[in-house]
Design a binder for this molecule. Structure first.
Ligand code: 5GP
Length: 179
């Protein structure tokens, strides 16, 4: 796998930007006791760094969604693979997503959360592939805008299901050849 990818965003850059975002969000949510919801599986690493940078009282719940299967193109069919345990009604929710591509996953999950009548719902996204958007979802903060390339690392997996443990966000070189 080693020769097929290159670093797109370094671990150092990611750490800095998430630290800044965490400090801002801690201020924004001060006194609100938010429920932070990492969207699994890809959002786990972003969320782990983000909550450690948020010096405020918060709870963590998990939602799981899947739309990719084994390919590098979204199937367009979103499935809920894990639901929250805490009631979300009346709570301030911070949804933490790894990457937005077509927007279908986010739109589906936001609709689900909103149906539970939270006090507020904000969404932060690590990577935004804006060029591929099919449905508009409400995104409050994007950490990095990225081009239309398949990426993995920092929580996101490669087409074969590996690579989530890479500290950098990397992009497949094969996509480069097609550009
Ligand atoms: P969407 O529903 O916005 O098309 O896709 C969102 C989901 O697809 C993300 O949560 C992520 O799991 C997956 N995804 C989209 N683009 C990429 C990518 O470049 N790399 C990886 N590993 N997953 C992606």
């Amino acid at each position: 796998m080693d020769n097929h990818w290159e670093v797109l965003i370094s671990a150092e850059e990611i750490r800095e930007r998430i630290g800044e975002l965490g400090r801002e969000l801690a201020e924004q949510y001060s006194g609100l006791n938010p429920v932070v919801i990492p969207l699994l599986r890809g959002g786990f690493m972003f969320a782990a760094d983000l909550v450690r940078a948020m010096d405020t009282d918060l709870q963590v719940e998990f939602l799981g969604a899947s739309s990719y299967g084994e390919q590098t193109e979204s199937s367009g069919e979103v499935r809920l693979t894990l639901d929250t345990a805490l009631p979300l009604a009346g709570r301030h929710i911070l949804l933490v997503e790894d990457i937005v591509d077509t927007g279908l996953t986010l739109a589906y999950i936001q609709q689900l959360i909103n149906s539970r009548k939270p006090a507020s719902l904000h969404t932060v996204v690590l990577l935004d592939k804006r060029a591929r958007r099919k449905v508009e979802a409400k995104i409050d903060r994007v950490v990095f805008d990225i081009p239309d390339r398949f990426v993995f690392g920092f929580g996101l997996d490669s087409p074969g299901g590996f690579g989530r443990n890479l500290p950098d966000v990397v992009a497949m070189k094969d996509n480069l050849d097609q550009e």
